[in-house]
Ligand binder design. Structure first.
Ligand code: NAD
Length: 243
């Protein structure tokens, strides 16, 4: 069986959402201690119910309602998690995100642009820094991450970026900009944190369908007024998969 994560503690942000909920299930099934963070308390409770259903009473998961755009709340929540799980955090999946409006550049609302950046970029950084400080303090040796000539990185942070960051995404300028910033944040913090034994990586998922999300996204693209998309959601879907 897969014991890599047994007894390790992971914080997952956006744990009330699709990806975060799957992550909670994945790590709870493998015996990890899971701190589930989200600002949507009812979605968070749904996640806990699903994990309890799937994994049973062996699951070690707790819910931490927290808005990543509130630095004081993030710091307080991370400290509570740190204490609750025996002063040890091994992993962070920094995954909370907001897609913002689906509108072409000329019509995009600058205040929504700021909101997207605040959640996806500043919020992600605040969580990363708060968790990384504790990870760095947990290291029992001060060998700068080098042990027996090898770099040793016991702690891991994964940020959720997106393929939207990579090639220009019509009608989603704020989201694409925020996800590109996450890629830069990832490589930059990876260098700063390597000497503290902390790995930082990013994942860039594509839009995954079929499902509610896929359908909703195609509807939003169809109504965006962008010439890159048909005004018929079914045609948008066909165009995306090249059908
Ligand atoms: P989702 O909307 O289901 O989940 C996102 C979660 O983040 C929600 O539960 C929401 O409550 C939470 N959140 C939003 N703002 C928050 C805040 N201020 N504080 C705390 N929590 C907050 O979306 P998802 O599909 O699960 O996406 C998860 C991540 O993956 C996001 O970063 C998203 O941008 C990224 N992503 C998703 C896709 C996709 O196809 N679904 C593709 C690429 C990247």
């Amino acid at each position: 069986s897969d014991d890599r994560f047994r007894g390790k503690t992971i914080i997952i942000t956006g744990a009330g959402g699709n990806f975060g909920r799957c992550g909670c299930l994945y790590f709870a099934r493998r015996g990890a201690n899971v701190a589930a963070m989200d600002n949507n308390e009812s979605a968070l409770n749904e996640t806990l119910l699903e994990v309890a259903d799937a994994v049973g009473s062996d699951a070690n998961i707790r819910a931490y309602p927290c808005d990543v755009t509130d630095p004081a709340s993030v710091e307080g929540t991370v400290e509570t998690i740190y204490v609750d799980f025996g002063r040890r955090i091994d992993m962070l999946w920094n995954n909370a995100g907001y897609q913002g409006q689906i509108r072409p550049t000329l019509e995009y609302d600058p205040s929504d642009f700021a909101r997207v950046m605040n959640i996806n970029v500043t919020g992600m950084f605040v969580v990363l820094q708060s968790v990384a400080r504790r990870m760095a303090s947990q290291r029992d040796d001060k060998s700068g991450g080098v042990r027996n000539g090898c770099v040793s990185h016991p702690f891991s942070i994964v940020n959720t970026a997106s393929v939207a960051a990579l090639r220009g995404t019509p009608a989603m300028v704020a989201y694409a900009s925020s996800k590109a910033a996450i890629l830069a944040m990832t490589v930059s913090t990876a260098k700063d944190l390597a000497p503290h034994g902390i790995r930082v990586n990013a994942i860039s998922p594509a839009l995954i369908g079929p499902g509610v999300l896929w359908t909703r996204q195609n509807e939003l693209h169809a109504s965006s007024g962008s010439p890159y998309f048909s005004s018929d959601p079914e045609q948008v879907a066909k165009d995306k998969i090249g059908g």
